[in-house]
Write a protein that binds this ligand. Structure first.
Ligand code: FES
Ligand code: FES
Length: 241
């Protein structure tokens, strides 16, 4: 199969059932984010032949032979798409995790769609900026200022990471790749309330690629609370791992 991503051609077979989101990240396009993996949040939005799609809902094989644009292909820190610049200058982001998808959707909106942003952006959720800053960005309202030398206090300066955030270059924890890196998966009990008598790890350890399985036996005999209230005395220290 052949994919054109941001102008580059990749000949690669997706895994059976693989969605476009994981396929693109596997190819190194980490600007494609994972929020929900269920079509709700839009963090994974890319363009397929110029139209925004949720890549977590798009089977990778459907993109075979089509042109895909991710946030990295929309523009670069040196040569931004106007919508990337508007998000930078508003600024239309806080943590920036939704920003790539938000910009991919916003940059494809028609003028008529921009008149009804709650409807036009219903497929993109932001959990931390608040939508006013995003609305400002889309409407081209700039909020950041350039600080005169020695006058930074009281000035709304932009974040140093801004250009990387709006162009999909900012590295988030899940974007880190190191040679030989392993992944950790937490397995929760399938039972709401049960007494665990023993854990047989043998089947899990026999799975190719599994290096270790950690259980309560591997951690220090020190209990802590999973409830994560600021005052730990509110909740019982009830777990080892
Ligand atoms: S990760 Fe695709 S919609 Fe949330
Ligand atoms: S900027 Fe943090 S989720 Fe939107």
């Amino acid at each position: 199969m052949s994919y054109i991503v941001n102008g580059k051609t990749f000949s690669q077979e997706p895994r059976p059932g693989q969605c476009l989101r994981t396929f693109l990240r596997h190819l190194g396009w980490f600007g494609v984010k994972k929020g929900c993996d269920a079509g709700d949040c839009g963090a994974c939005t890319v363009w397929l032949d110029g139209r925004p799609v949720h890549s977590c809902l798009t089977p990778a094989f459907r993109a075979d032979g089509h042109e895909i644009t991710t946030i990295e292909g929309l523009g670069s820190p040196e040569d931004m798409h106007p919508m990337q610049r508007q998000f930078l200058e508003a600024p239309g982001f806080q943590c920036g995790f939704c920003t790539a998808g938000m910009i991919m959707t916003a940059s494809a909106l028609t003028d008529a769609q921009k008149q009804d942003l709650p409807h036009a952006l219903k497929g993109n959720l932001c959990r931390c900026t608040g939508y006013r800053a995003i609305e400002d960005a889309i409407n081209g309202v700039a909020g950041i200022e350039v600080a005169a030398p020695g006058r930074a206090i009281g000035t709304s300066v932009g974040t140093p990471a801004g250009a990387d955030v709006v162009t999909g270059r900012a590295e988030y924890t899940m974007d880190t790749e190191l040679p030989g890196m392993l992944h950790l998966k937490v397995l929760h009990s399938p039972h709401a309330h049960a007494r665990i008598v023993s854990i047989d790890k043998s089947a899990a350890l026999a799975v190719p690629g599994v290096h270790r399985v950690y259980t309560w036996e591997d951690v220090p005999r020190r209990l802590f609370s999973t409830a994560i209230h600021t005052d730990h005395l509110v909740d019982p220290d009830d777990t080892y791992i």
